[in-house]
Design a protein. Sequence first.
Length: 93
Amino acid sequence: MIHFNPRFNHLGDVKKVVMNSVVGTVFGEEIKESRFLFYQGAEATMTFFFNAKEILVKIPGEDMIKFPNRLGLDTVQFVLVEGDFKLTSISFD
């Protein structure tokens, strides 16, 4: 549904959130968000809300970041965490 990638300094993106979606093995167009309130080594809370139209991501200290629900999905089937990131809690309502 969504590839959500906070980048401190990666592939030319410095302090940006890069979002995308993938169908099969083909990624769509990246959306880059400059509002970046993450700190390396610090805990951060993010909340994801979604409906058939869009995904809203609440990041620390900010309003929502919007990303289109390109696949129109209405359920979360899995969560994948990769890289230098530690997931400490997850819940579904």
